[in-house]
Design a protein around this ligand. Structure first.
Ligand SMILES: [Zn+2]
Length: 498
């Protein structure tokens, strides 16, 4: 038996009566109709819920509401003679049960799409059930969570997920399924579920049974964050067995954190990260410093803490905010500090040096590094342009009247665009990177003055533009033709020869 066949043995072959009851009484409760028909002036009704025929009071109206005198259902009234082509009700339900194989340790859930179709004979309508997904949750340490979806046959899904955003799921079915299994203690009913089917929760629990203790000890936040893509700040080691290991702390530190109970996730993370420092801050110091009003600064702090201890960073932040008018908050300060550190990295400055990592006046020093970074990057692009120009010397060409020369600097390209009033300057980066090639056509008697601009791509002329995007004059066209024949066509032959 392969894994899929084994997994399938956990599912019951028969539909549960409780499921059917839920579908009729809750999910499709709105799907109850009284069809009315007059026979020699007397109005009769037919209830689709209890399948009884009765004489009405005589005044039921099409699309009105009425109670069935037999089963007391609230029904919608429909005319016997009206078209029922589209009269079809449906719903989706996720239904939990115990595993057929390991009822003490595994639970299953199945997603049913249910229909009632009145387009045919309304006295013979049956509720139809189609199973579209199956979940198997096996407890253990770790356990296993598997989902199968119906795509032709049953296909294993990559991850356990809800089949729709708001499926119906009778909570009673979960309660019954988990009773007598480890899932009973999983704290499933303590976590708000955006999706009402709990499948993501049980999948997480199967994988990481530790979420039970985490929840019970007041760290419920992390379970919710893990389930629904919130921030866990990497606080939790989900696979650890011992609780203090789960919280990445020593036993003593875990006791402290547990006693306090008031740390928010970021504070907890900072506490964890600073434990091995010399003179680490206490829980109270972290709480008093990184209050809620400081905001979420974890990303910025992560950059800082690559080089500094938390204690030193806190001291520095405190001083800078006092001496500098620019940064009114720790948040603003940290963003600037992070940017400054990144500048230093770019400039390959030695951040292990405390005068560099903790500049006396962060604002001033940051202004300086920003300028340096910009100059450096300008220098780099200038070098790139020149290197490119070197490889383009082969395109130099002239006759009696005109010359072709390659662009050598960004400034030249900008000037060319300005004087000819076209947009060649926009091609500067692509030119520097070799994605396109810009050449200038100049008059021999006035070689510094822009005249026509050529763009080459794949060794062929893509465009040639003059003043305000003018096309070539016959003279220029003749020259460019010659250039093409001499420099481009020959080269193509060379390429072909290779
Ligand atoms: Zn009835």
């Amino acid at each position: 038996m392969n894994q899929k066949e084994k997994d399938m043995t956990h599912f019951p072959s028969k539909r549960s009566e409780k499921l059917e009851k839920y579908v009729i009484d809750e999910l499709l409760k709105h799907s109850r109709y009284i069809f009315i028909q007059r026979v020699s002036r007397v109005q009769y009704g037919y209830c689709t819920h209890c399948n009884s025929r009765f004489r009405t009071s005589g005044d039921l109206k099409h699309n009105g509401k009425s109670e069935c005198p037999n089963c007391k259902s609230d029904c919608r009234v429909k005319n016997h003679g009206m078209s029922r082509k589209y009269l079809r009700d449906h719903g989706t339900v996720v239904f939990y049960e115990k595993s057929q194989v390991n009822p003490d340790s595994a639970i299953i859930a199945q997603v049913f799409r249910v229909y009632r179709d009145y387009s045919g004979d309304y006295t013979k309508v049956q509720t139809e059930y189609v199973i579209v997904a199956k979940y198997l949750f096996e407890s253990g340490n770790p356990g296993r969570a598997t989902m199968y979806e119906r795509w032709g046959g049953w296909q294993k899904a990559n991850s356990v997920h809800s089949i729709e955003s708001y499926p119906h799921c009778p909570i009673e079915s979960i309660k019954e399924a988990v009773t007598g299994t480890p899932f009973y203690y999983s704290t499933w009913d303590q976590h708000e579920q955006p999706q009402r089917d709990y499948v993501k929760f049980f999948a997480l629990y199967s994988k990481y049974p530790v979420i039970e203790i985490l929840t019970k000890l007041g760290f419920k936040y992390f379970v919710g964050a893990k389930l629904f893509d919130g921030k866990t700040y990497s606080c939790i080691n989900w696979r650890a067995k011992q609780l203090h290991d789960v919280l990445r702390l020593s036993k003593q530190d875990f006791q402290l954190v547990h006693k306090e109970q008031k740390l928010n996730p970021m504070q907890l993370r900072l506490f964890q990260l600073s434990r091995k420092d010399s003179a680490p801050p206490t829980i109270q110091e972290i709480q008093n410093f990184f209050t809620d009003s400081v905001g979420d600064v974890m990303n910025e702090l992560n950059v800082v803490l690559k080089y500094s201890t938390l204690r030193k960073a806190m001291n520095y932040m405190q001083k800078q905010v006092q001496i500098c008018d620019t940064y009114k908050t720790y948040f603003g300060l940290l963003i600037a500090w992070r940017d400054y550190i990144r500048d230093c990295e770019t400039l390959e400055m030695d951040l292990s040096h405390s005068l560099i990592l903790f500049p006396k006046n962060l604002h001033e020093e940051h202004q300086r590094t920003m300028k340096l970074v910009k100059t450096t990057s300008d220098e780099r692009s200038r070098a790139k342009m020149l290197k490119r120009a070197e490889t383009l010397q082969k395109y130099k060409f002239e006759d009696q009247e005109f010359v072709v020369i390659p662009a050598e600097t960004t400034e030249e390209l900008i000037e060319e665009g300005k004087r000819l009033e076209h947009c060649v300057a926009r091609y500067a980066d692509r030119h520097a990177e070799g994605k396109t090639t810009i050449l200038f056509v100049r008059r021999k008697n006035n070689p510094n003055s822009p005249y026509y601009t050529i763009e080459l791509q794949k060794n062929a002329i893509k465009q040639a533009r003059g003043f305000k995007n003018a096309s070539m004059t016959p003279d220029v066209q003749k020259f460019v033709q010659q250039f093409e024949n001499t420099k481009l066509k020959r080269k193509r032959k060379e390429v072909a020869a290779i």
